[in-house]
Design a protein around this ligand. Structure first.
Ligand SMILES: NC(=O)c1ccc[n+]([C@@H]2O[C@H](COP(=O)([O-])OP(=O)(O)OC[C@H]3O[C@@H](n4cnc5c(N)ncnc54)[C@H](OP(=O)(O)O)[C@@H]3O)[C@@H](O)[C@H]2O)c1
Length: 348
């Protein structure tokens, strides 16, 4: 591994992305991370973005930022299809990488990315801001304490209404689609909670313009745990997970950025009876990008505090699972229920 960095980690951003604005404002209070430069495909855009967001320096190509010796790490909020190439190029330039979710479009890309990080002695991680929230730590703590018994079922969903107009999310060539955009969250949550690699998936989707606009999938695990995930570009905003064990239930909104003016709350039912109340378990809300970036900086600085996002093994499993879910949704036909004495038939 490269020598640990003892001062604030100097981060460069590849692409003047919308989400990069939220990232910059989120990490501003940090003493561990400083956003030092941004790169865009065009000089004008880079200059305007740097001015508007108060970033000291800008580059008119991604290559130029990777060659900048005053950058320790990069944040990659490019379209999903470009995550693999630019993460690998960043690793080869000796930069640590905080890559936006989903890490990439295929399991093969994920393997190549982690291989590049290993070869070049840098850290590469996939960012899911909810993972660094105290609420997520608390969720894992409760599960690990055995308070809800052995895990049996997970239901997790994330959907919203996508505005009309050009968007990287509706472009099949940029690895768009509801699963890659929103569904990566419930899939990552299922993998985090299960602590094991999914063994089989089944999925159905509604398609438009070459990408899935709504998708529902079942994920099986060797332990017998079953997860159901769903995502959509055409629902009211919702984000919720339910984790049911042999001895209780937890509900969580697993928000990236819970409101800061009140405690974030998990709902926990301990016991199996129907008439038990859910207990509210509060935790301190944080800006998710601040929590994530500080955790990333701690990793890069070699601090004893662990990276709180997905491990390389988890990210590899998430990438393989997303790829398998999409493939299942493209190919599985299911059965048309038989009514009035007619047998169920293959649905083509
Ligand atoms: N963690 C979160 O909460 C969160 C939230 C939203 C999005 N995301 C992730 O962040 C990434 C970016 O999302 P976004 O909504 O910010 O996207 P966006 O606003 O469309 O930004 C993507 C950027 O990529 C660059 N780019 C390079 N080639 C491009 C191409 N062929 N078409 C379009 N843009 C291209 C552009 O920067 P230049 O023109 O400056 O080069 C563009 O500004 C996605 O991977 C998404 O999944 C994460």
């Amino acid at each position: 591994m490269n020598q640990a960095i003892s001062t604030a980690v100097r981060v460069g951003i590849l692409g003047a992305a919308n989400i990069a604005r939220a990232f910059i404002s989120g990490v501003k209070p940090s003493s561990r991370v400083v956003v030092s430069a941004v790169a865009s495909r065009t000089a004008d855009k880079a200059e305007r973005f740097a001015r508007e967001t108060g970033i000291a320096r800008f580059h008119s190509s991604y290559e130029a930022l990777l060659a900048d010796p005053a950058i320790d790490a990069v944040y990659i909020p490019l379209p999903n299809s470009m995550h693999a190439e630019w993460s690998i190029r960043a690793c080869e330039a000796g930069k640590h990488v905080l890559c936006e979710k989903p890490l990439c479009a295929t399991a093969a890309e994920a393997r190549a990315m982690f291989e590049a990080a290993r070869r070049n002695g840098v850290h590469l991680v996939e960012g899911y801001p909810y993972r660094a929230q105290p609420q997520t730590r608390k969720l894992l703590e409760i599960i690990e304490s055995g308070a809800i018994g052995r895990l049996q079922l997970i239901q997790a969903s994330f959907g919203f209404t996508l505005a009309t107009g050009p968007n990287i999310r509706t472009d099949p060539d940029l690895a768009g689609g509801a699963l890659m955009d929103a569904g990566a969250y419930p899939v990552s949550l299922a993998r985090m909670v299960a602590k094991e690699r999914p063994s089989r998936v089944h999925a159905v989707a509604h398609w438009a313009g070459g990408v899935d606009h709504a998708l529902a999938a079942t994920i099986e695990f060797e332990s017998g745990l079953l997860a159901q995930i769903s995502c959509s570009f055409s629902t009211s905003v919702h984000r919720q997970a339910l984790i049911a064990g042999t001895g209780g239930v937890i509900q969580t909104p697993f928000l990236n950025h819970p409101p800061l003016d009140r405690p974030a709350e998990l709902l926990v039912k301990r016991g199996v009876a129907a008439n038990l109340d859910f207990e509210k378990i509060p935790s301190v809300p944080m800006n998710g990008f601040l929590a994530e970036a500080e955790s990333f900086a701690a990793l890069v600085q070699g601090a004893s505090k662990q990276w709180e996002g997905p491990s390389p093994e988890e990210s590899l499993d998430i990438a393989a699972t997303l790829e398998a879910i999409l493939q299942s949704a493209r190919t599985s036909h299911g059965l048309r229920p038989g009514f009035n004495g007619v047998e169920a038939t293959p649905f083509m």
